[in-house]
Design a protein around this ligand. Sequence first.
Ligand code: 5RP
Length: 225
Amino acid sequence: MDPKRLVAEKAVSYIENGMIVGLGTGSTANEAIREIGKRVAGGLRIKAVASSLKSEDLAKTSGIPIVPLSGITQIDIYIDGADEVNHDHYLIKGGGASLLREKILAYNSKKFLVIVDESKLVDQLGRFPLPVEVTPFAANLTLKHLIALGCSAGIRQKDQQHYVTDNGNLIADCSFGKITEPSILHNKIKSIPGVVETGIFDNSMVTSIIVGYSNGTIKELTKNS
Ligand code: 5RP
């Protein structure tokens, strides 16, 4: 079976009646959303909040009851993919441009289960260009300050236009090569006016990483395992 499906099924098996569930964004998170939809059809009673408009649409077509974030105070479990995961369980996220809402869900969740296939495991973050959400106002100036931190960077494009996030912002994709100290880099980037959020997710938000391998096995990694 597809490793993405395997890890999605494993993560969804932790969902119980009455939970508020955070829904991620991306192809792996979509597997989880479809699986949750099947369990809801089978009688599971939950409410969900989505990290993107795309995931909200998929959830609704899968029969999952969606509530606005303004209507809840905490999320019980958040299930989402990642673009990179290092040994210390720091993540790069935002390949799907949803990093701001994703980070808000991760930060407000009792448990954050990261679901990935083995291709996402890296020794050091940075091969995947780091997505940084920036305000459209003065985006070029913000980009100049990002580049001054030692990366090559550009504003993400779609159909020859700037890609606009669900929050009306832009994404600067920043290639740093190797990110040896993710927290320090995150703080430096966040101190630039015009930066809304970075795609570096601190390991303090992560409960476990569920990894799927092409041989059909999965492993659940916690920081001490
Ligand atoms: C979206 C994300 C996704 O979790 C990340 O891009 C992984 O996606 P996929 O499961 O399709 O590889 O951060 O903003």
